[in-house]
Design a protein around this ligand. Structure first.
Ligand code: MG
Ligand code: ZN
Length: 223
């Protein structure tokens, strides 16, 4: 089989892209300084559309809201659906519309942080745009990056997206109650993650029953 791929330096606009990523990284470092100054731990939550990012955050809010003041930044192309679902349990919520952009970037997070009363929150959850590709290249300044995949996405989700799994601190394998129906092995998905990123913490979750949520919270070092 013939395989064609761009040669070094051949991709269009490569210089533009490199300076864009460098600028993003610099802004992400600035965001981290602001978060640290305010004693906020931020978690960037990434995953495909329909993997269960919002449901997972709802579960986290439910378990953590009595102990912590929690801010949420919800990224989406044009809707407020997720932000509305996350109002309960969060003390401040910001909706970021990315329009045609398929990921959040550090500049959007910088602007979102400017609208939040940072002194009044302890934890910040950032729901990234549903996408497993480019969010990997755009760190936001968060302390941890959580990737949500669900068994309904099939058996090849992990091996087809190496970059995002290399970036992940925590991986949630969601909708585990459906694994038999889907014929997907969660053990194999976990093995695929650890092959790419031996340090990642992998947790099986079910956002309907709450299975695995406590473990996710432990992986985030919250109580
Ligand atoms: Mg969502
Ligand atoms: Zn993108």
């Amino acid at each position: 089989m013939e395989i064609i791929q761009p040669k070094e330096g051949e991709t269009l606009d490569i210089e533009l892209e490199e300076s864009l990523l460098a600028k993003n990284k610099q802004l992400a470092e600035g965001n981290r300084v602001v978060l640290d100054k305010n004693g906020i731990i931020a978690i960037d939550i990434m995953g495909s559309i329909g993997s269960g990012k919002t449901s997972l955050i709802q579960n986290l809010l439910k378990q953590l809201k009595d102990k912590y003041k929690i801010g949420v930044i919800a990224g989406d192309l044009t809707t407020e659906i997720d932000a509305e679902r996350l109002e309960e349990g969060s003390t401040q919520i910001v909706q970021v519309h990315t329009g045609k952009e398929c990921h959040l970037d550090a500049n959007l997070i910088k602007r979102a942080l400017e609208t939040v009363n940072l002194a009044a929150i302890d934890i910040l959850f950032i729901e990234n745009v549903g996408n497993l590709i480019c969010p990997a290249e755009f760190p936001l300044g968060a302390h941890k990056r959580l990737v949500v995949i669900s068994v309904t996405e099939g058996p090849y989700m992990v091996i087809k997206h190496p970059f995002i799994f290399r970036e992940a601190t925590i991986v949630a394998i969601n909708k585990v109650d459906l694994k038999e129906h889907m014929g997907v092995s969660t053990a194999k998905l976990k093995e695929d993650v650890l092959k790419m990123n031996p340090k990642a913490k992998v947790v099986e979750t079910n956002c309907v029953t709450g299975e695995g949520i406590k473990e996710i919270i432990q992986c985030m070092n919250f109580q």
